[in-house]
Design a protein around this ligand. Structure first.
Ligand code: PA5
Length: 408
């Protein structure tokens, strides 16, 4: 695909992003010295892992999706990492049933809670915090204050006021970093650390991405290449980008990616609709549509070459299903082959396919990849001339809901 014609536009937007002070704090954040912050997060993590069975994170949107994505991608499918503690999320919906079951689940377990909200006033978060705070006070009395951590704006908001008043530990969300760009700040780092993941390695990945992608040259900058290809496809009439990966532990990562692009680009009647699938599961669900349905989408295949853990297909002398030709080969090898087959079949079916390949599914590469997507997203939004860092449309449902609640 010829992308050279974008050279000048990309360079101009790159300069705008690099010199702007408008919510662009995330661009250089991984390059700064955070030694003190890392030490305090690691110290608190050790305390939590020693004292608690469960760490409850209360937040919504950019205030929880990044941490949950990294946690699910890098902790075992069954159980928790030896170095970590169980992390549970709440406050990201209004389900009373979920909350009731959570409170029941917490009975008899030792708990710490971390409420995360930059504004300090998001209803889902503050309602869940009200419930959990009262629960902690009932369980721990005065000691509750030692077990409640607040991550919020360093200067303003009701959560900051509560934290100061009650003496809760407090972490700052940098004012010039918006929710969906905040995974590398304490918003993401504390829950990720408590889950037992190496935050220094995660941040090293982000730092290297920040260095490598600080390059205005389209022929060198992979994030900008990805942004430009998406833009070309969008202009050709494709209106859905389907992110597909081959490891079920990436499902929550998909949700982070979907919010990043959806909330950054979908405004002023513009933007690609971000959708996600996990293969090969979804090849048996939505695969038919992708192969032969309305030609509205292009696909971005995300593949990690090395995944922790594998299983060798055993030999079975009965061989009723005729699968002995696969004996001795690994599931991960077959999974990788299914990716190649899918790319070929979908391309033949007329679906444009972008392939993103990462070396390994670990903290370092996930840090790199998340920064890569953030940089690509900012460039993509600017290419369609929308502001990547606001979300005015999110207010609409809140206004209607509040009107209805107040009427009743
Ligand atoms: O990306 C964003 O800015 C949003 O998704 C917010 O993170 C989300 O609305 C939660 O906001 P807050 O952290 O203020 O509770």
């Amino acid at each position: 695909m010829d992308i050279a014609s974008y050279k000048e536009r990309v360079e101009k937007i790159h300069d705008e992003l690099e010199t702007s002070n408008d919510m662009t704090g995330w661009i250089n954040y991984p390059l700064m010295d955070h030694e003190e912050l890392f030490n305090s997060i690691e110290k608190l993590k050790d305390e939590i892992c020693m004292e608690a069975d469960v760490f409850v994170v209360i937040g919504i949107g950019g205030s929880f999706l990044g941490a949950r994505a990294v946690q699910e991608a890098l902790t075992p499918y069954f159980g928790v990492l030896e170095k970590g503690t169980e992390v549970i999320y709440v406050g990201h919906h209004m389900s009373g049933s979920y909350l009731q079951q959570l409170i029941h689940y917490l009975e008899g377990k030792e708990i710490y809670i971390n409420v995360i909200s930059k504004s300090g006033s998001t209803m889902e978060t503050t309602l869940a915090f009200r419930v959990l705070r009262l629960y902690m006070e009932k369980r721990y009395g005065e000691e509750a204050a030692e077990r409640i951590i607040v991550t919020t704006d360093p200067e303003k908001g009701i959560l900051k006021a509560i934290a100061d008043e009650e003496g809760y530990k407090r972490f700052a969300v940098p004012p010039d970093i918006g929710g969906r760009y905040s995974v590398f700040t304490p918003v993401g780092l504390l829950p990720i650390a408590v889950a037992g993941i190496d935050i220094r390695s995660f941040m090293d990945g982000a730092k290297n991405a920040a260095l490598e992608l600080k390059n205005a040259d389209l022929t060198q900058n992979h994030a900008y290449q990805y942004a430009v290809i998406r833009n070309k496809l969008y202009n050709e009439g494709y209106c859905v980008e389907l992110l597909a990966s081959f490891e079920p532990s990436l499902k929550k990562f998909h949700e982070w990616w979907m919010q990043l692009f959806g909330e950054s680009e979908g405004k002023e009647k513009k933007g690609l609709f971000p959708a996600c699938v996990t293969y090969s599961t979804d090849l048996h669900a939505i695969g038919q549509f992708i192969q032969e349905g309305s030609p509205i989408l292009f696909e971005t295949l995300l593949h990690f070459n090395q995944i922790e853990g594998d299983y060798i297909i055993p030999y079975d002398p009965r061989n009723e299903e005729g699968l002995n030709y696969l004996a001795g080969r690994s599931f991960n090898e077959i999974n990788a082959t299914s990716k190649q087959g899918t790319a070929l079949a979908h391309a033949e079916g007329g679906v444009p396919v972008i392939q993103l390949e990462m070396e390994k599914l670990d903290a370092y590469h996930l840090g790199y990849l998340m920064y890569f997507f953030m940089k690509a997203c900012a460039m993509s939004a600017k290419l369609i001339e929308v502001n990547p860092f606001d979300q005015p449309g999110v207010e609409a449902y809140k206004r209607k809901m509040l009107e209805l609640l107040k009427k009743k």
